[in-house]
Design a protein around this ligand. Structure first.
Ligand code: SF4
Length: 376
């Protein structure tokens, strides 16, 4: 598939997004891609941990960088801001309503109170076992690998986890579980066929930590699949080092190997630029099944053209849109909620525009239910 190789970089034979046929545009496009590829090589000389450590954490600084007013911004939010440079680069300056900015900028609206929006909207707090296992659904178990993320999404349903741990782990990616104890637990329960790695973001673990965990899980005879829920390849594509791809690579693991499935969290087509497309192609080349999940967010993606473009772009890259989530009603995120009716209308219209396999399931998580509830 790839003809030219620069160490660590794949050069596609054709532009990744369709351009209108026009010779001076295609020349410009080629030059632009070349420039981005040079940037990728430079970027990979930095480690992803350095990028997380150097992320912008001061809302006033973010406003300065993007040349927007901080009038409606919470400059000292309870849930700290965290915006790494590769994501910041995709936000348009001078646009306070940029859909990527709205996902990360703490606004004064977060202090709005509603009795329906709570600190534990999906009823998880207190259900975590001492080993870090959350058992909600039949045949599947979720492992909370840590509480660190590469970005802080303002609508996150886990935004009320204790702050010192979030802040500390955002840099260190500390491992808070023991792979051996976890594997022993699953060996004792052969009804579990799939584990879901969640967090925080499981790709905040180091390669060796992740490998250690996968190796231990692979030794459990009844486990058939390891599902990794992550936003990292979308936020910091530099995380996809050759070593990590080898750790995850379904093609490269031998013996009894549980299939690795990755679910990418992506909310807007502007999140998928050329560089992110490259990351996704690398993941697909490593032999994995890629699904996506999206949270329906007011002002960010609650419009038909935006969702249609997002899901079509994902399908074209080989990612199957899996879930469109109704917002979990977490305190601080009231302003992101889209009505159930509008969500259903959007899904109905999407079905008239896209093939069935490109339209995700519109779901909501309701505490106590045996699975995600399909919204109609
Ligand atoms: S990446 Fe996921 S877990 Fe982390 S803040 Fe965003 S929504 Fe929450």
């Amino acid at each position: 598939m790839y003809s030219n190789r620069v160490p660590g970089v794949r050069i596609p034979p054709s532009p990744p997004f369709k351009q209108k046929s026009c010779c001076h545009h295609s020349g410009f496009f080629y030059y632009n891609n070349l420039k981005i590829l040079v940037d990728i090589v430079k970027d990979r000389s930095h480690t992803w941990k350095k990028i997380v450590a150097e992320a912008v954490r001061d809302p006033a600084e973010l406003c300065r960088r993007l040349e927007i007013s901080n009038e409606n911004v919470d400059l000292n939010p309870d849930f700290p801001m965290l915006v790494p440079e590769p994501f910041l680069q995709r936000i348009k300056p001078n646009d306070p309503l940029d859909p990527l900015l709205l996902q990360v900028l703490p606004r004064k609206k977060e202090s709005a109170v509603s009795p329906d929006f709570t600190t534990d909207p999906v009823g998880e707090h207190g259900s975590l076992s001492p080993e870090g296992i959350l058992s909600k659904y039949h045949g599947r178990s979720l492992i909370v690998t840590g509480k660190a993320c590469s970005i802080h999404c303002r609508f996150c349903f886990r935004r009320h986890l204790p702050l010192p741990e979030i802040e500390k782990n955002s840099i260190s990616g500390d491992f808070c579980i023991d792979p051996e104890t976890i594997a022993t637990k699953f060996e004792a329960d052969p009804t579990i066929h799939e584990v879901i790695l969640s967090g925080g973001d499981p790709l905040m673990l180091s390669d060796s930590q992740l490998q250690d965990l996968i190796v231990h899980l692979d030794q459990v005879p009844s486990l058939q699949r390891i599902r990794i829920h992550t936003r990292m390849p979308i936020i910091i594509p530099q995380r996809l080092t050759e070593n990590l791809l080898n750790v995850l690579g379904n093609n490269k693991r031998y013996g009894k190997a549980a299939k690795i499935i990755m679910v990418l969290h992506v909310n807007h087509p502007n999140e998928i630029d050329f560089r992110i497309s490259q990351s996704i192609e690398e993941l697909i080349d490593s032999g994995g099944l890629l699904l996506s999940q999206t949270v329906l967010l007011r002002q960010v993606n609650d419009a038909l053209p935006v969702l249609a473009e997002l899901f079509e772009r994902l399908i074209n890259l080989g990612v199957i849109p899996y879930y469109l989530h109704q917002l979990d009603r977490v305190a601080g995120a009231t302003h992101f909620e889209v009505s159930h009716k509008k969500g259903c209308d959007l899904i109905t219209k999407l079905r008239t525009q896209l093939p069935g396999y490109a339209v995700p399931r519109y779901v909501r998580e309701i505490p106590g239910e045996p699975g995600k509830v399909l919204l109609k």
